[in-house]
Design a protein around this ligand. Sequence first.
Ligand code: ADP
Ligand code: MG
Length: 564
Amino acid sequence: TAEKETLGFQTEAKQMLQLMIHSMYSNKEIFLRELISNASDAADKLRYEALADGALYEDDPDLRIRITLDKDANTLTLSDNGIGMSREEVINNLGTIARSGTAEFLKNLSGDGKKDSQLIGQFGVGFYSAFIVAERVEVFTRRAGLTAADAVHWESSGEADFSIESCEKADRGTTVILHLRKEDIEFTDDWRVRSIIKKYSDHISIPVQMLENVPAAKEGEEQKVPEFEAVNSATALWTRSRSDVTEEEYQAFYKHVSHDFSPALHWSHNKVEGKLEYTSLLYLPGQAPMDLWNRDAARGLKLYVQRTFIMDDAEQFLPLYLRFVKGVIDSNDLSLNVSREILQQDPAVDAMKSALTKRVLDMLSKLAKSDVEKYQQFWKAFGQVMKEGPAEDFSNKEKIAKLLRFATTHDNKAEQTHSLEDYVARMKEGQTKIYYVVGESHKTASSSPHLEVFRKKGIEVLLLSERVDDWLMNHLAEFDGKSFLDVGRGDLDLGDLEDEAEKKAHEASAEAHKDLVERVNTVLTDKVEKVRVTSRLTESPACLVVTEDDMGAQMRRMLEAAGQ
Ligand code: ADP
Ligand code: MG
């Protein structure tokens, strides 16, 4: 309908907008990055749809973004000739704030402005950042392929509602007009806006244009009319060579692909030639996103084929346990009309997946060696996910094992800082196994009575307390030729670590307490499988032990939690 409709934002909208405006106070300029990023995405989408239908280009194939400033009207206008939006798309995309994640986001707010502002980026709310500087925002948009009369005018002052009505728009794409707040007139300053574009959006692969500055004509000369000129360098960043890209550019590009407001921890940029040809740029985030444990959360890389954008979140290029990796893959081997279904069957994709997996594991092991502090930051954020690795990726088990970090009795600290290589280097003479204990918490694990004999003998034990640990140990089986042994299970055979005298004493003690053991066995017959004398305790009188082939206590809790 052509009539003007006023629709309400979803419930949490007002709160969300207030929060955004409030927490971005010291960093207002990022609104421009978000709007340019959307315009660039819109260009990508048009190119992609035009692969199947070239007519979508109409007679305007040169994709670009234009920014114009009006000091008198106090407006900043950003217009693109990308895919545009239909009425329905406008309502779906600009009418619901933060779509799925809003409620969860609001629950997670800490009140710490800096932290909270980082969360915003993870919720697909970039468009609304316009209200950081604008008291009113208008959008005029016409979808590629629709007629001029099918255009839509959206308007909102960023409070409870927005209005939408039909309008005429001859040229395809989207124009966003920001009516700036009085205190934000700096964003009508040509030099200021150019420097923001350079700072955040230089990597955008299409031109971001502004009107050139022309000198005033001298007497008798004709005044030159300003033309649009590109402000950014307008080449896809990953196609440039590593040595030409600055750290700031890599970080800006990371924000573009990840929607993470905090900087990347590390990255790896590679051009691969030979049987397969592709370029990859893979980033390690500095913090875990809130949906890391949500099975349906988007993951994967941005996929390009010969520099043409194909899709976001291509999951086929990395295993699940590396789902935190963000970045871009640009392939020369895939066809331009690949779909998710085709990706699943393409052997080239498998080959790339295994190469990219190695790439990430190598990046991690280099980081672990070159920057222990950064590696710890990584481990804190993503260690639990990496622990899924040995089960999922058998062929890289050894590599993953080296990347694992544990809490151990070496220092009893809860923080997981010890590698298996460290552990092996500290093994006692005659020790052939890697010992571990599993508890519900670090505290339970580290105060387990099973540790008594180990502490006495000075043998190090891994202290495991995460849900995934039993699962990990089941799949790890061994490291460096040494098998893992749960000290809380079965008969504890210390092998060569027990000297002859201790063995004799143990046997004698078993003989001496035979009657007692018999009696306890009869009393507890329904409750336990077996009662026996042990050498594993030095202070506690008794403890419960799981038999060797029983499931771990942690595993049992996990299955119980899953309702089994
Ligand atoms: P995100 O970009 O993370 O999806 P945004 O809040 O930045 O979240 O944008 C919301 C949606 O609005 C986009 O996904 C897109 O569908 C639509 N949109 C925003 N700007 C444009 C634009 N310039 N052209 C076409 N669609 C746009
Ligand atoms: Mg966006």
